[in-house]
Write a protein that binds this ligand. Structure first.
Ligand code: UD1
Ligand code: CA
Length: 463
């Protein structure tokens, strides 16, 4: 089978090749190849041109069977297919798709294959009825039979009225296709060899050609510019959310909920508005995610809650509570019943069962035991400007508010630190670590140095 992806994607106005733009966590090309691989996985040839190296590299990350074939100069879709056919078998059928239609499903492709097999035609074109056919090739029929395909720019006024369009997906008899490709010309407004002209050529040679109409026209929508990218992204978002809702996930506001195809979400998860779940995230039953939360490659345990937070490559245990306004960076592992509260940032941090980091803290390169409480505004000082160091905090520890724990340092089980301490030596189990200057009160200082001020008067009245 052949996928055409050599075009420049000029209308995207992007330095990235068009087919490598992502929707729902996968590139446009990957979406298409996934659908295609369920129909025919052997001998997939992807014609690349603009950004060929990038596309070929990306291709190898998600498809083992696909091979790229280079079309050095963009001479049109007919030329692209000719190049891809060069080392194909002499007989049989070939599926041709455009690389920029990511919503195509394998069911539709299978139905097209079936229809082509039943009719025995030399070519079958996948078509759709579009409410607005502008920009697409039109399906010209006479007495219900396909005659030719005419591009928008080459169509006359009557032809432009036709709403049945060419999806850019076809099945061809290889021998008939090869023969027709030798007869292509460039007599069209773009001066390109159009694959679509093959239909008229086959027809004139007395071969039978047919169409197969898709039920859902959204499947064949192509992406040529950023506006279409947004439209197709929204359609895919709805498709994903719909499937999740039918599987038992509550999505409060589907329009503001963006979930990647690779995410796994169990029934009875509740997703609040403004939430994005990306990458290979896994979420267990009963968890509540959002509002306004982003998860990238995270595992979330049963009945955990994550509110208004940003989390990457982290594991969040059962019944854990995160946020509002927490930032879990990569390597964060929260055990069950952990609480990470407002304005807390964590990185490479393991937090044990039932422990709490409730407010305004940075916990980096740390291991915290069970049932420990980290007081507000505690900083794990992990970086000496050259290297990162580890902090260990035991079970049932009480770290006083505003402590600076200067790594490497170990706080033993059941130990305390006094609020406002700078702790740069280990605290043994059960000890109280105090690392701060003693307080001194200079009596009468305000009365003497700020005489007549409101503060001095207030103090005066109390005397
Ligand atoms: C094409 C069809 C049109 C159809 C539409 C469906 C032709 C002439 N027109 O138009 O009938 O309605 O798709 O989306 O085929 N490409 C190459 N090499 C080239 C030219 C294009 O590989 O020399 C690739 C492009 O990267 C793209 C695909 O072929 O993936 C289609 O090309 P594009 O320029 O997007 O064609 P459309 O104008 O959309
Ligand atoms: Ca296109």
């Amino acid at each position: 089978m052949i996928v055409l992806a050599a075009g420049e994607g000029t209308r995207m106005k992007s330095s990235l090749p068009k087919v490598l733009h992502k929707i729902s966590g996968r590139t446009i090309l990957e979406h298409l190849l996934n659908a295609v691989s369920e129909v025919e996985s052997k001998e997939v040839r992807v014609v690349v041109g603009a950004g060929s190296q990038e596309v070929t590299e990306a291709l190898s990350t998600f498809s083992k069977s696909a091979k790229s074939v280079l079309q050095e100069v963009r001479r049109g879709t007919g030329d692209a297919v000719r190049i891809a056919l060069a080392d194909s078998p002499a007989t049989g059928t070939v599926l041709v798709c455009a690389g920029d239609t990511p919503l195509l499903t394998s069911q539709t492709l299978k139905a097209l294959v079936e229809s082509h097999r039943e009719s025995g035609a030399a070519a079958t074109v996948l078509t759709a009825e579009l409410p607005d056919p502008f920009g697409y090739g039109r399906i010209v029929k006479a007495n219900g039979e396909l005659i030719s395909i005419v591009e928008e720019r080459d169509a006359d006024k009557d032809q432009r009225e036709i709403t049945e369009i060419n999806s850019g997906v076809y099945l061809f008899d290889i021998a008939a296709l090869r023969d027709s490709l030798t007869k292509l010309d460039k007599k069209n407004s773009q001066g390109e060899e159009y694959l679509t002209d093959v239909i008229g050529i086959l027809r004139e040679a007395g071969k039978s050609v047919g169409t197969y109409l898709t039920e859902d026209f959204t499947e064949i929508l192509g992406i040529n510019d950023r506006s279409q990218l947004a439209d197709v992204s929204a359609l895919l978002r709805d498709r994903i959310n719909e499937a999740l809702m039918l599987s038992g996930v509550t999505i409060v506001d589907s329009a503001s909920t963006w979930i990647d195809l690779n995410a796994e979400i169990e029934a009875d998860v509740r997703i609040e508005p403004g939430t994005s779940i990306q990458g290979k995230s896994k979420i267990k039953a009963g968890a509540v995610i959002g509002p306004r939360t982003t998860l990238v490659d995270c595992e979330v345990g049963a009945a955990a809650q994550i509110i208004e937070s940003h989390c990457e490559s982290s594991k969040i245990g059962n019944q854990a509570k995160v946020g509002p306004y927490a930032h879990l960076r990569s390597g964060t592992v929260l055990a069950g019943d952990v609480k990470v509260g407002s304005f807390v940032e964590t990185k490479n941090a393991h937090v044990g069962e039932g422990s709490k980091v409730p407010h305004l803290s940075y916990v980096g390169d740390a291991e915290i035991g069970k049932e420990t409480n980290i007081g507000a505004a505690t900083i794990f000082v992990n970086y000496d400007g050259v290297e990162k160091h580890q902090t260990k905090v035991g079970d049932h520890v009480r770290i006083g508010s505003d402590s600076m724990l200067i790594a490497p340092v170990t706080i033993g089980d059941g130990a305390y630190t006094a609020a406002g301490s700078v702790i740069n030596e280990d605290v043994p189990p059960g000890a109280l670590g105090i690392g701060r200057a003693r307080q001194v009160n200079i009596l009468g200082w305000v009365l003497k140095k700020r005489k007549g001020s409101k503060s001095a008067n207030a103090a005066e009245e109390k005397k």
